[in-house]
Write a protein that binds this ligand. Structure first.
Ligand code: AMP
Ligand code: MG
Length: 418
């Protein structure tokens, strides 16, 4: 008799996975290896930024009081006493009606409290004239205006992106405390599977899920540990899963989680004594997605159907792994878009449609990315987001507002809200 499984809502499934996340340890890495990692310490301003008053323009540094009363009819002259390029400092104090020629980024010399841009002057033999008064502090980039010394600028638990790298470099974080990368195994199961370099044979297909899952891991900075493919052979597959569990923090398998004669993962979980968190989710594609836990390690049993496999990774694997790394915003960002074509099918389960979002005039639209069955692979390649249609709905038409999950974003959302 076929086993009956009770589907649980997607949000509950996500919640169950997240409750079983065990954080990994932290380590120090050089700044040039920190991209994509999750900060295990906050970024604190070790000094003011900028560290000194500086000129934001190329121009002349003056005393603002000397510019009082300047107008088109009564231009005020200044004498240039020297030049300060970025990286240099002026040695003289600016006196009455004196000015330093100063370049962008250079420190404001003593005495001066305003900068006149080149464009605001008319040059004379030994200096220039101006036609308007300047106030104290005008055109000066103040010490500490960007960040004050001691401020916490970025919280621990933030994923590092190029802007974060710039900030870390600013303060001289040559080494950064981050979470260690979890070791994640990828094993594709299915007797029908061929390697990517193999010729097609009758009844066989190439393993696309393995490379796809590895690429999805790479997108969150994790290099997959490859366990290749396994035929649907209970013993061989059990051995591989055991080996992988001994070597990894988490394991992703694809295929073999359904109720077919050769779907061995349920039996393997049982043999190993793993706790199955769920084995049926009220979603399409990927209702057979299964997640189990053993000794604090998560086993993600993704469907073999490519679209389902892709979606299962983004919904469950990604937030769990990011959360293991301490990421406090591990979910896909969500936004609203207008459906750009009718979608008349009923949605007994929450439906995730591989789609393309884009700006259309002044609004964001989302269009299904073509052939959209769970076994589709072409629409995964075309899509850049997932449209979400809640369960119990039907009859969506062009122009309807729908929820969209952004795939592959470098910053995430704090909550799973749908
Ligand atoms: P399963 O989840 O094992 O029942 O597989 C469902 C469907 O996905 C079948 O049509 C499989 O041939 C296909 N499939 C399973 N594994 C892979 C894979 N690694 N790459 C591409 N297709 C797969
Ligand atoms: Mg199979």
């Amino acid at each position: 008799m076929v086993e009956m499984r009770t589907p649980i809502p997607v949000a509950e499934a996500v919640e169950r996975v997240m409750q079983h996340v065990r954080p990994v340890e932290t380590e120090e890495v050089p700044l040039d290896s920190a991209m994509g990692r999750v900060l295990a310490e906050p970024i604190i301003a070790r000094h003011s930024v900028p560290p000194f008053d500086r000129s934001p323009y190329d121009g002349f540094a003056i005393r603002s009081m000397d510019s009082e009363g300047a107008s088109g009819d009564s231009r005020i002259p200044f004498t240039v006493i020297g030049e300060i390029g970025a990286g240099h400092v002026g040695t003289k104090t600016v006196g009455q009606h004196e000015a330093y020629r100063i370049m962008t980024g250079a420190q404001i010399p003593d005495g001066a409290d305003a900068v006149v841009m080149f464009e605001q002057t008319v040059e004379t033999g030994d200096g220039f004239t101006i036609r308007k008064p300047f106030s104290s502090g005008e055109n000066i980039s103040r010490k500490g205006e960007d960040a004050a010394e001691g401020d916490t600028l970025i919280a621990a638990g933030t994923r590092i992106h190029p802007g974060t790298i710039a900030l870390l470099a600013t303060f001289g974080y040559a080494e950064v405390k981050v979470s260690r990368l979890p070791v994640v195994g990828v094993l594709a199961t299915g007797t029908e599977l061929l390697g990517i370099d193999e010729e097609l044979q009758p009844g066989k297909i190439r393993n696309s899920n393995g490379p796809m899952a590895a690429a999805q891991l790479e997108r969150i900075g994790i290099k997959a540990r490859h366990y290749g493919t396994s035929a649907d052979d209970l013993e061989a597959c059990t051995d591989l899963v055991k080996q992988a569990l001994a070597e990894c923090d988490a394991l992703i398998t694809t295929g073999g989680v359904s109720v077919g004669d050769y779907d061995h993962l349920p039996a393997i979980y049982e043999t190993l004594g793993a706790t199955v968190l769920f084995n049926k989710v009220a979603m399409r594609p990927g209702s057979v997605t299964t997640v189990a836990e053993l000794d604090g390690k998560l086993l993600f049993g993704l469907s073999g159907n490519p679209s389902a496999c892709f979606t299962g990774f983004e919904l469950f694997v990604r937030p769990a792994l990011l959360s293991m790394m301490g990421d406090t915003a591990p979910y896909m960002p969500r936004f609203k878009a207008k459906l750009s074509e009718d979608f008349k099918k009923p949605n007994p389960f929450t439906r995730f449609i591989r789609a393309v979002w884009q700006m259309d005039g002044d609004r964001i639209t989302a269009a299904p990315a073509g052939f959209n069955k769970s076994n589709a692979v072409s629409s995964i390649a075309r899509g850049n987001c997932l449209i979400v249609l809640p369960s119990g709905t039907r009859g969506y038409v062009q122009g309807d507002e729908v929820d969209v999950l952004l795939v592959g974003s470098e910053t995430g959302a704090k909550d799973w809200v749908l």
